[in-house]
Design a protein around this ligand. Structure first.
Ligand code: NDP
Length: 337
């Protein structure tokens, strides 16, 4: 098997932080070597996530501590070499790891799911894993929606950027669980998609006043839980539309990092704010097993559907980043090797 693995591969390298032009497609990168507990995966589909843009721009420092780096956090493909008893060459897997914008990636066996059943395509798996785990853990662990559902008529929830990759999964999971979901999205078409995902109310953040509409919808009460991946542009409005004793789950920086918060602003309504990161919920083997199992059950039962915006050739990664940052996309973006 090892003899079939080439010495060089294609991939996307960043030598310094910057705009989309720093994403350099190369064809002569060394194929990485696996250590104990790892597998080497020949990637087929690579998930594009907003976090990839933060590593590209330098908002987040490189995980390896220095440049050059190959970015990317998730992919699906086939194991071609294994130093783990859990996987054998030929197994189809989906996984989270660094350096996924490449033909081959070394992956800790503890961060891979597989062998994937035939009915889950590699495309769906690569589109589902990171954003699906984010939505699931943020709804269940960060926000504790189940406990809140037990109280009176259930919570009002609001999801920003609800037609996006993570947003559309948040809406689907919240509505499957029985929460009242208000979705904001930029434009009519995006609002329609959010409605199809299960949002009972939609607010067009491009043409409507979000604060006024949310107050109307909730009869002045405000929402109990806000899921906000937009960040800087929406945080002040969040403090206006949050209900007394509500929770703001601020989890992203699509419009920029939220400004430093004067903690005294929380006192007016006894508001809670948290800033969770997916990777903090999938640390132990038990957590990984629990959340990946639950996610793929939701997908197999079709309670959650994965929508792919476009599959871009790996060479066209700059176009994928431009589209994502330009708010031109809905659902998940994938790269094909
Ligand atoms: P999306 O598919 O949601 O794309 C981003 C969306 O954000 C856009 O489509 C747009 O939707 C909205 N947006 C609003 N303002 C801007 C702006 N100024 N520039 C760009 N986009 C804007 O991306 P992802 O699902 O990959 O990620 C969504 C958010 O979730 C990101 O902030 C990401 O960092 C975060 N995230 C955080 C995780 C964590 O562990 N904390 C894990 C996974 C994701 P519209 O036009 O409808 O406003």
């Amino acid at each position: 098997m090892a003899s079939e693995i080439p010495k060089t591969m294609s991939g996307v390298v960043i030598e310094k932080p910057g705009g989309v032009d720093v994403l350099q497609y190369k064809t002569d990168l060394p194929v990485p070597e696996i250590k104990e507990g790892e597998v080497l995966v020949k990637n087929e589909y690579i998930g594009v996530n907003y976090i990839d843009t933060y590593f590209r721009t330098g908002l987040y420092p490189p995980s390896t501590g220095s440049y050059p780096l190959i970015t990317g956090k998730e992919a699906a493909g086939t194991v071609v070499a294994s130093k783990s008893p859990r996987f054998s060459p030929g197994d189809r897997v989906v996984y989270l790891s660094d350096a996924t914008y490449a033909q081959y990636t070394t992956v800790s066996a503890a961060r891979a799911v597989g062998p994937l059943p035939e009915r889950i395509s590699s495309e769906t798996a690569a589109a589902a894993l990171l954003q699906g785990l984010t939505a699931l853990t943020f709804v269940r662990e960060a926000a504790g929606i189940e406990q809140k559902l037990g109280i009176s008529e259930g919570p009002w929830t609001l999801v920003h950027a609800a037609a996006g990759g993570t947003g559309s999964l948040l809406v689907q999971i919240l509505s499957v669980m029985g929460a009242k979901v208000i979705a904001t999205a930029g434009g009519k078409e995006k609002c329609e998609l959010a409605r199809c995902s299960g949002a009972q109310w939609t607010v067009d953040s491009k043409s409507e006043n979000v604060v006024e509409r949310v107050k109307d919808i909730t009869n002045g009460k405000g929402v109990d839980v806000i899921f906000d991946g937009v960040g800087k542009a929406t945080f002040d409005a969040d403090l206006e539309i949050i209900a007394r004793k509500g929770l703001i789950v601020s989890f992203g920086n699509a419009s920029g990092k939220v400004d430093p918060l004067d903690i005294l602003r929380l006192g007016a309504k006894n508001v809670k704010v948290m800033r969770p990161v997916l990777f903090g919920y999938i640390v132990t083997p038990e957590e990984w097993e629990r959340w990946t199992t639950e996610l793929f059950e939701l997908i197999k039962s079709e309670k959650v559907k994965i929508k792919v915006h476009e599959v871009y050739p790996l060479e066209e990664v700059a176009r994928a980043h431009s589209d994502l940052e330009g708010r031109k996309t809905t659902g998940k973006l994938l790269l094909k090797v």
